[in-house]
Design a protein around this ligand. Sequence first.
Ligand SMILES: [Zn+2]
Length: 407
Amino acid sequence: MSRPGTSLLLDNVGELVTNDPEGTAPADDRDVWALGVRRDAAVVLAGGRIAWIGPASAAPAADARVDCGGRALLPGFVDSHAHLVFAGDRAREYAARMSGRRYATGGIRTTVASTRAASDDELRANVADLVGELLRSGVTTFEVKSGYGLTVDDEARSCRLAAEVTDEVTFLGAHVVPPEWAGDRGGYLDLLTGPMLAAAAPFARWADVFVERGAFDAVEAHVLLERAAAAGLGLRVHANQLGPGPGAALAAAHGAASADHCTHLSRTDIRTLAESGTVATLLPAAELGTRSAFPDARRLLRAGATVALATDCNPGTSYTTSMPLCIALAVSLMRMTPAEALWAATAGGAAALRRSDVGHLVVDGPADVVLLDAPSHVHLAYRPGVDLVAGVWRAGTRVPPRSRLEP
Ligand SMILES: [Zn+2]
């Protein structure tokens, strides 16, 4: 445990992934080199920061020591896409979908009704449970979206509750048009880009729009993105999830930090993303949860696009907080290498949040680290479904293990 004023030596690290390849020996593969792997290393955490990185043989003394026993130590995962402020679940809808019904955007409205009916404390408790899951799965930085309130007060409330657990709050009033506005889309757009945006913006860093048939079209999204940028928010876009569409191109044209999903991209979309500063964030647990075809990450990587992996944790299509699962899916079903998938879940996520402080391990950077019960990061994909996260330190403080219910 490292408290301010104390130091912790993580000693005897078999494989230290830093995502900082400067000064490391060239690897056979560029994707592996990018991880900045150091063998037989040690790390000292102090005052919430990384105080020292070097060979285990030269490790300095510290107030406490953990013998990592040759295991792998990684930067904490960065989950750049999660919908955590909601009430209720949609297990029945999931079961129905797995019995043959197709996913449509309308299911979001079920969660909107439960969320509006919930108290602040109910929502807060649900967020806390999910944040606990994220932390224990090794996620040390995470984004949280609103989008299940869809009234001025409920969206402001969702952003306010999200801001209690993260700095990376995203206003997603443009999730779907709520049922009470179904006959007046223009009226909802005025509300969304006027009073709702104004009420949510003080709690948010980002604004997002779901560009999809059944959600928002390109013209509507354009208006939202313009107004959100004018309100000082950074931009993100739910793009090209259920079919080809204008989302990814719109994200790039507006200088959005990320285009998320990117399941159905044209060659032009891929070139546009690669030439832009917009990160392509892939959410393979959403394909898993909707029994859909997975995006081909290889095409994006070959074109030179920056790729991130995120959980998309939400009660409708991707009810998971497990970044290791996303890594395993990315490798097995999206043709990423284990090294690319780990980079995308750490440095890629940081890029999608335009954060230069997290997603890598450097001296003076935040002490956000994950210890695996495995000798190599490759095991995250190689051993799918096995809980390999042996320890997580966030800002130098160890994340407590799950507290079990009393029998
Ligand atoms: Zn989403």
